[in-house]
Design a protein. Structure first.
Length: 211
C-alpha cells in the first residue's frame, strides 16, 4: 500500500478545494461574437439569392453587395433585389442590444464535441418578444437566429461562416425560414442567400454609398 505523505494530502486537498469554472455568461459569449463582427470595418462580396415561397415567383438573383460599419449598404444588380438589411450586415447583433435589452443564457447544448450557447435578447419588463441566438464555441459565430413575438416564431435563420484571410469570419450562406402567414397564407417558405469572392477591410469610401 502506498505511503500517504503530508505532501500528498496537501495536493489532494488543493484539488478538492479549487473553484470549478462556471459556464460562460451570456455576455461573455455575446462579446466574443461581437468582437468578430467589430473586426470587419467593410466588405464587398458576390451574392446569389433563391426565393422559394408559395405564390411568389422570383427568379434567382445575382448581385454584388458593399457593406461598411455600422449600417451602410449598397447593392449592385441588373435586377431588382429586395433583401433584409440584417442579412448583409453580419446579423447586426448590436441592433438588438438597445439600452433596455436584457441578455441572458437560455441554454447550453452540444453538437458532437462542440458547445452551442443559446443567448436570449429581450426587452426589459414583461414583454414576451425575444431574439434567440445560437453561438458556436469553436469559433464564436452564430449558427442560428430566431425572432419571436410572444408564442409565434416570426423568422428562423440558419447561418454558415468561413474564415477569410484566415482572420475574418464571414457568412457563406444564410437560410431564412418563413412561416405561413407572414407573407401569405399559402404555406411556409424560405430564402437562401450565399456569399463568395470576399474583399474585407479595403477602406470603402463613404462616397460609394451616396451614389
Amino acid at each position: 500500500m502506498p505511503k500517504i505523505t503530508a505532501e500528498l494530502i496537501l495536493i489532494l486537498g488543493l484539488f478538492l478545494t479549487l473553484p470549478v469554472r462556471a459556464e460562460l455568461s451570456a455576455w461573455e459569449v455575446l462579446n466574443r461574437t461581437l468582437a468578430l463582427q467589430d473586426a470587419v470595418e467593410d466588405y464587398t462580396a458576390e451574392c446569389s439569392m433563391i426565393v422559394n415561397i408559395p405564390g411568389v415567383e422570383l427568379p434567382e438573383r445575382h448581385f454584388k453587395v458593399y457593406y461598411k460599419r455600422p449600417n451602410k449598404v449598397k447593392i449592385d444588380s441588373e435586377q431588382a433585389v429586395f433583401i433584409p438589411r440584417e442579412a448583409v450586415t453580419l446579423g447586426n447583433l448590436r441592433r438588438h442590444l438597445k439600452q433596455d435589452t436584457q441578455v441572458s443564457l437560455a441554454g447550453v447544448g452540444r453538437r458532437g464535441e462542440e458547445k452551442l450557447y443559446c443567448v436570449k435578447l429581450k426587452p426589459r419588463g414583461d414583454s414576451p418578444n425575444r431574439v434567440l441566438v445560437w453561438i458556436r464555441s469553436e469559433n464564436w459565430t452564430p449558427t442560428r437566429t430566431e425572432i419571436w413575438k410572444g408564442q409565434t416564431r416570426l423568422l428562423g435563420i440558419d447561418w454558415s461562416f468561413a474564415p477569410v484571410k484566415e482572420r475574418y469570419w464571414m457568412p457563406t450562406s444564410m437560410v431564412a425560414r418563413i412561416p405561413s402567414g407572414l407573407i401569405n397564407d399559402q404555406g411556409p417558405g424560405e430564402v437562401r442567400l450565399t456569399w463568395e469572392s470576399y474583399a474585407v477591410n479595403t477602406g470603402l469610401s463613404d462616397d460609394l454609398f451616396r451614389q
